[in-house]
Ligand binder design. Structure first.
Ligand code: GLP
Length: 240
C-alpha cells in the first residue's frame, strides 16, 4: 500500500488527477471505477482541465441511491455527469451507472456485474471512503457481499448523506452498490480521503487489522492500492 499525505484538498486533488491521467495516457482504453460524493470533485475538475482524450475510456460508477430518479441532482447519475462526464469527451455509451429507477434491482445488479466482466474488469477503481469506513456503499457489517447488490444504508450513512438531501426523512435508505468482487477485480485502486471526519476510518486501514466492520480495511488484501489524503484525514494514523 502506497500512501501520500498532502497539505490540503487541492494538492490531493491534483495528485489524484495526475495519477488518473497517467492511467489514461498509458492505456487509452482504460476501464475505470469512479465514485461520487464531495471528495473526488476537485480531482475530476483537475482531470477535466488536462484535455485528455477519453473517447476510448469506459466508466463504471460505484453505486447509486435506490430508489432515485436520475434527474434528481443528488443522484450519482446526475453528480457524475455534472461533475465530470459532461466536461470531457467520453462516449455516453461507455458510462455505466446503476439504474436507481429499476423495478428489478437484482436483475439490474446482475447485468452490471456482467458488463464489468465483459469489459475485462477495471483497470483502476477510484474510491472515496465513508466516515464509517464504507467503500462504494459496502457498509460495515458482519459480512460483506461479493456481487453488486441492493443494500440497506446504516443510520450513520443516512445521516451523513442528509447533508446532500436536506433531512434524514428524504434521504434514501437503500442503495445499489458495486460489491467487493468487482472492486477487487480492479488492477489498481486509488482511494481519496480528506477532512477530519475521515480520520478514524483512515487510521483503521493502517491499523494492521482487516475487518468487515470497516470495509476499507479489506484494501490491505489488494496488491496495488494507493491512498491519497490531506493532513486532516491522515491525522490519526499511528506512526510506523
Ligand atoms: C458515499 C458514496 C461513496 C463516497 C462516500 C464518501 O456514501 N457511496 O462512494 O465515497 O460516501 O462521500 P464524501 O466524499 O461526500 O465524503
Amino acid at each position: 500500500m502506497v500512501k501520500f499525505v498532502c497539505d490540503n484538498y487541492n494538492e490531493m486533488s491534483r495528485l489524484a488527477a495526475d495519477i488518473m491521467a497517467g492511467q489514461i495516457t498509458g492505456k487509452p482504453f482504460s476501464v475505470l471505477g469512479l465514485p461520487t460524493g464531495d471528495t473526488p470533485i476537485g480531482a475530476y475538475m483537475e482531470l477535466a482541465k488536462k484535455r485528455l482524450d477519453f473517447s476510448g475510456v469506459s466508466v463504471f460508477c460505484l453505486g447509486e441511491y435506490y430508489p432515485i430518479n436520475r434527474k434528481n441532482n443528488q443522484s450519482h447519475y446526475y453528480q457524475l455527469f455534472d461533475g465530470f462526464i459532461n466536461k470531457i469527451n467520453m462516449k455516453r455509451e461507455n458510462v455505466h451507472i446503476l439504474n436507481g429507477e429499476t423495478d428489478n434491482p437484482d436483475e439490474e445488479c446482475k447485468r452490471f456485474d456482467e458488463k464489468i466482466s465483459h469489459a475485462g474488469g477495471m483497470d483502476m477503481a477510484v474510491l472515496g471512503i465513508g466516515v464509517n469506513g464504507h467503500i462504494g456503499f459496502n457498509e460495515p457489517s458482519q459480512s460483506l457481499v461479493l456481487k453488486t447488490h441492493l443494500c440497506d444504508l446504516t443510520a450513520r450513512t443516512i445521516e451523513e448523506n442528509s447533508k446532500f438531501f436536506g433531512s434524514d426523512e428524504v434521504t434514501p435508505h437503500k442503495s445499489l452498490t458495486m460489491g467487493m468482487d468487482a472492486i477487487f477485480s480492479a488492477k489498481r485502486i486509488l482511494l481519496l480521503a480528506n477532512g477530519n471526519s475521515k480520520a478514524d476510518a483512515v487510521s483503521r486501514i493502517f491499523s494492521g487489522a482487516v475487518t468487515t466492520s470497516c470495509p476499507a480495511t479489506m484494501l490491505n488484501l489488494h496488491h496495488d492500492v494507493t491512498i491519497i489524503m490531506d493532513k486532516e484525514a491522515a491525522a490519526k494514523i499511528q506512526a510506523e
